[in-house]
Design a protein around this ligand. Structure first.
Ligand SMILES: Cc1ncc(COP(=O)(O)O)c(C=O)c1O
Length: 392
């Protein structure tokens, strides 16, 4: 049988592959500490679960409009208006199963074959994957550790060409945990606002922030009409398996994106959308509690990594990932990923799972208990020591 050529362009998310390998080892009786997958280990707050059960009982078991239930779009528009300080109307909202479809639909709706899209490198691999799938070219914007993995207009401007159709921003950032400063957003907005370039602003980690308050580039003058803001419930409310997210965009683009949804999955699950309304309307104490716990874990893992000879690690300002520098260990990142899993029983990701410029780094998700994080650090240190002995 033959498969379509375009499948050769489609990438993947290595986290799911490492998870699958780890599960095979576990089935053989091996103990694995999971620091590969980016999902909160907490349960979804009870008030949200109860809202879903109520919605099921009330009959929210049918199709909703492709853009989402009117009351869900209203709740999200009101949330974005108060949270980001960005006047927003329900016709700008498309509710999606998880935040991910917003990436694919924004690219399909705005980017032609042959166009160029600037994507962060290292960055979430799905951006490049979908850009290539759409027949366009992904242009890497290299994020450097010396620059705290941030960037500004001076880094972006040399990459812009007449073919540039979109720039992808992701702050707080997966995999480095970096956060763009307000002045970075000012500069980037000033550079882009008079050009025919879309901005996909992936803000899925907006609430997992340890310093300052989150700002969206969409709030900068002239940017709302050209920005697709992606956010959702997966990370903030520990709802990864529910599949609920949304995009905020100009109403014309929202219609295009909703039509893509009609063609692909019709609508996000109706009772899950009702639970999403409860999540935004309800108390946010549990979110604050989860973020406080992530901060404690961040401090433990950063301190522990920096104690291991050959590893240095910056303290990230957001998300739940660390991106330690392992260059001094003189081993390729992909090999370090393999040894960690197979020899030490720690599932983590090679920095190169996020682009060529992730070489020399590993990504650990610290969405795991402090006990497990300490155990992973012990295993990592033992591996590094035994490698050092073998090299002598
Ligand atoms: C940067 C980034 N964007 C989007 C997503 C997708 O989130 P969801 O599970 O809501 O589709 C993820 C999930 O890992 C992510 O890290």
């Amino acid at each position: 049988m033959r498969y379509a050529d375009r499948m050769g362009q489609l990438g993947t998310e290595t986290a799911f592959e490492v998870l699958a390998k780890a599960r095979v080892l576990e089935a053989k009786g091996r103990s694995i500490v999971h620091l590969e997958i980016g999902e909160p280990d907490f349960d979804t707050p009870a008030s949200i679960r109860e809202a879903a059960v109520r919605a099921l009982d009330e009959g929210f078991t049918h199709y909703s409009p492709s853009a989402g239930l009117p009351e869900a779009r209203e709740a999200i528009a009101a949330f974005i208006a108060r949270d980001r300080g960005l006047p927003t109307t329900p016709d700008q909202i498309v509710v999606t199963p998880g935040g991910k479809p917003v990436i694919t639909f924004a690219i399909l709706a705005c980017v032609n074959p042959g166009d160029e899209v600037v994507v962060p490198d290292p960055g979430f691999p799905i951006y490049e994957s979908v850009v290539r799938f759409a027949g366009a070219k992904a242009v890497p914007l290299v994020l450097r550790e010396e620059r705290e993995f941030r960037f500004g207009a001076a880094d972006l401007e040399p990459l812009l060409t007449p073919k540039t159709r979109m720039v992808v921003l992701n702050s707080p950032h997966n995999p480095t945990g970096s956060v763009l400063a307000p002045r970075d957003l000012d500069e980037i907005a000033a550079l882009l606002r008079d050009r025919d370039i879309w901005v996909l602003s992936d803000e899925i980690y907006s609430k997992i922030l340890y310093e300052g308050t989150h700002e969206s580039i969409a709030t900068r003058p002239g940017m709302a009409e050209r920005t697709i803001l992606l956010d959702g419930y997966s990370k903030t409310y520990a709802m990864t398996g529910w599949r609920l997210g949304y995009g905020v965009m100009n109403p014309t683009l929202a219609k295009h994106v909703a039509r893509l949804a009609t063609n692909v999955y019709s609508c996000a699950t109706s009772f899950v959308q009702r639970a999403g309304i409860a999540a935004l309307a309800g108390p946010q104490d549990e979110v604050k509690g989860m973020v406080a716990e992530f901060r404690r874990r961040r401090d433990v893992i950063v301190e522990g990594l920096n104690k291991i000879p050959g590893i240095t690690c910056r303290k990230p300002a957001g998300a739940f990932y660390v991106f330690p520098n392992i260059r001094a260990l003189q081993v390729k990142s992909s090999e370090a990923e393999r040894m960690l899993l197979e020899d030490a029983g720690v599932a983590a990701l090679s920095g190169t799972a996020f682009g060529a410029h992730g070489e020399g780094y590993l990504r650990f998700s610290y969405a795991n208990s402090i006990e497990n994080i300490r155990e992973a650090l012990r295993r990592l240190e033992t591996l590094v020591q035994s490698q050092a002995r073998a090299a002598r």
